[in-house]
Design a protein around this ligand. Sequence first.
Ligand SMILES: NC(=O)c1ccc[n+]([C@@H]2O[C@H](COP(=O)([O-])OP(=O)(O)OC[C@H]3O[C@@H](n4cnc5c(N)ncnc54)[C@H](OP(=O)(O)O)[C@@H]3O)[C@@H](O)[C@H]2O)c1
Length: 311
Amino acid sequence: MADETSTPALQDNVLRLGFGASGAWSKSWFSETKAQALVKRALDQGISHFDTASFYAGGLAEIRLGKALLALGHKDVEVSTKTGTHYHYGKRPTKDFSETNIRKDVEQSLQRLGREQLDILYLHGPDGPQLKAAHETLIALKQEGKIKLAGVCGRLASLKHAIEPETIDIIMGPYNLLDTSCKPIFAQAKAAGMRTIGIAALIAGLGDKQLARPKSLSDIWYLLRALKHNRPVITEARTKLHQIIEHLGHKSAEHVMLAYALAETNIDTVLTNTTRLAHLDANIKTALAEPLEAAVLDELNAFGVSHGFPP
Ligand SMILES: NC(=O)c1ccc[n+]([C@@H]2O[C@H](COP(=O)([O-])OP(=O)(O)OC[C@H]3O[C@@H](n4cnc5c(N)ncnc54)[C@H](OP(=O)(O)O)[C@@H]3O)[C@@H](O)[C@H]2O)c1
């Protein structure tokens, strides 16, 4: 059984962990100094892939990330951002994948991030027709040098239309202990020569015991978000998760959850986000540690499937 305290061993010299510039990290009430310190630590420890979106914290996430990378003198990292979703206070988000909106977002993202080209531009959760209609815009943006790679991020419903390697270079989707629905799509994408990014590995902090005992403003924010999105199953899921992890003899739920996502070989990079240096260090340690053993993976797979998550 893999031990989370064992000495890290770099696999193929590639850190398969990316930094999510989103969530509490991006909010105006979260300290700018701490946000920058997290980006610095990520860079110092070898993270070179950063993900954000035009609509995270109303644009502040891109501004923060751009400022931090510029201040730290790092222009040569890979930065992804997203287009297509608009959040409205107190109302349901709306989608817009029109050429006008995509181009407007691209210009704003370039400006906020302080970059001349977007390494990756994802369409955020398009349906099949929306994705098809946006193909020409993505191709034109690549030809103009505004974007390097085009991607689609979202759940299975979006990603199943995205295996179009002539236009789409990369997909991003959830993959965790309780939701492996995108596994076949990741395999298809790799077989088609595309890149793949896994998200929600930590199920938005579900494994963390602090979720029930918030210690900071960001803990409260994550707790409220988790309750809003997942109220009926959250307590049950947490209890079962801790039962299985204890049964497997691991001390840290997050180590097991992240190692589980990293064990999916058809995912190139797993993203996590955090507001704590200690958590960032722990996640990097997990990404560098020995992979989970096959027998442990079998038990974890059986756990997720048998409990029928996500609802
Ligand atoms: N989930 C989505 O809907 C979505 C959609 C598109 C893109 N993304 C991308 O994916 C990235 C990852 O986000 P995610 O939603 O998948 O979140 P996640 O990384 O699965 O979960 C983040 C939560 O885990 C906690 N956490 C992180 N490391 C921890 C550790 N070692 N120990 C204990 N708690 C830890 C964080 O709290 P602390 O701050 O206390 O560490 C936070 O509450 C985002 O930043 C974004 O770039 C996500």
